[in-house]
Ligand binder design. Structure first.
Ligand SMILES: [Zn+2]
Length: 207
């Protein structure tokens, strides 16, 4: 927990607030919903009672599946050394860096489905090229129960909902071999997004 003083953007009232900079999903399973609904980043002003959003750095760890995610809002970094967390046990974890709460939610959903986020990024890139709309953003939403279709939400460049798109699990399986062959630096929180997917494919073609 981290005590901070915030200023309400609505009424300018200064008030103390407790931020949650760390979540252990095994010990705090309720925080899963806090992430998925953004309530983790929502503050209610004690004076005017209106709500506003406070984005902050966050480390989310799942000790069972051994993955951890670091949220650094709007960061340009492609990776961050895992040592900054002061936790040596994370060395053996799958470490990811995200710069938005949307990416944080998406990664959580991907991992919960037992999928590999690198492969999902390649699927998204493939689907984006089919859409021929370079400014569209795709976010993984769910895997059909039978497991043979993956669904994605499509947002336009203003962030508004355009619809959804899906791909067969066969595409995922096909791209998986490639996705896991792209090297990542061990012990670093890596950013796995569209830029990563494009760069990795360019590198593999150049070799
Ligand atoms: Zn207020």
């Amino acid at each position: 927990m981290q005590e901070v003083t915030l200023t309400c953007p609505h009424c300018k009232w200064e008030h103390p607030h407790t931020l949650t900079p760390f979540i252990d999903l095994q010990k705090q399973p309720k925080q899963r919903l806090g992430i998925l609904t953004d309530s983790l980043f929502s503050v209610t002003c004690p004076a005017c009672k209106r709500q506003y959003t406070v984005l902050h750095e966050l480390l989310v760890v799942d000790e069972t599946t051994k993955w951890a995610m670091m949220l650094i809002p709007n960061t340009e970094h492609k990776q961050v050394n895992g040592k900054v967390t002061g936790r040596e046990d994370l060395e053996s974890y799958t470490l990811r860096l995200v710069s938005s709460t949307a990416a944080l939610k998406e990664k959580l959903l991907i991992w919960e489905q037992g999928l590999d986020d690198r492969t999902v990024e390649l699927c998204k890139l493939y689907l984006s090229l089919q859409l021929q709309e370079t400014e569209y953003q795709l976010f993984f939403t769910e895997q059909e129960k039978e497991g043979d279709t993956l669904y994605f939400t499509v947002l336009n460049k203003d962030g508004s909902l355009e619809g959804s798109i899906s791909c067969e699990f066969g595409l995922y399986s096909q791209l998986h071999v490639n996705a896991v062959s792209f090297p990542l630096q061990k012990g670093y929180f890596s950013r796995i997004d569209r830029q990563w997917a494009e760069q990795s494919i360019r590198n593999s073609v150049a070799q």
